[in-house]
Ligand binder design. Sequence first.
Ligand SMILES: C[S@@+](CC[C@H](N)C(=O)[O-])C[C@H]1O[C@@H](n2cnc3c(N)ncnc32)[C@H](O)[C@@H]1O
Length: 248
Amino acid sequence: MDLHRSFTIREHSHRVLNPVTEEKLATLGRALALPPGTRLLDLACGKGELLSTWARDHGVTGVGVDISTVFLAAAAARAAELGVGERVTFVHADAGSYVHDTPVEVACCLGATWIGGGVAGTIDLLARSLRPGGILLIGEPYWRIAPPDAETVRACHANSRDDFRSLPALVRQFGELGWDLVEMMIASQDSWDRYEAAHWLNVRRWLDDNPDDELAGSLRAELRSAPLQHVRYQREYLGWGIFALMRQ
Ligand SMILES: C[S@@+](CC[C@H](N)C(=O)[O-])C[C@H]1O[C@@H](n2cnc3c(N)ncnc32)[C@H](O)[C@@H]1O
């Protein structure tokens, strides 16, 4: 069980594998004002930047779960670099069935709600590891502008326009599922660029170093199409945010 190599090539230089910057993640950490010793669980934690930087800045402890051995190795290295290796643990596992043995104060899934079959299922999954009074953090795309056609839907990595909601509809859904929205951090078009455009340079440099690799053909084709797809569709139509929820 591991993530396809193309992802680790594309996201080679990223610390945050989502369209929020490290600064936005830090701002959210300050906004939540978590007391030292707060325990976090991060499902699909990627390179563990949230856990490691919040451990450094706010004294939290935590567990991150991911299927990528490459990202988990980067997460462990980052935790050591920040001097928080004793406070955070990274686990190689399928997060889709992961329930922590002791309930935590904060349970997160940023940008991987497929692990629970969508927003509602992932909230249910995270809630199984959450202490009463705890906070869920869900990172999820939404339509900034309703997609006008199937081409736009596909270019935004959706199978159908129903895969995502508008921002008001997403916020309404949290309430309907029985959760109060208590904080949020929304990606900007600039922060989308920081995430997406960094892919292009990573891919280009990798292609220069690995012209004969079996993935070179598909990644070269991707490099030719991805920038236009981003500026034409994703940057315009797709928003992304992290939503902090507490049970009503
Ligand atoms: C978009 S990235 C987000 C990573 C991280 N949450 C962040 O914000 O930096 C999605 C992550 O989900 C992980 N992933 C995908 N399917 C998974 C699964 N079934 N169980 C655990 N991790 C999974 C990938 O390896 C990747 O690290």
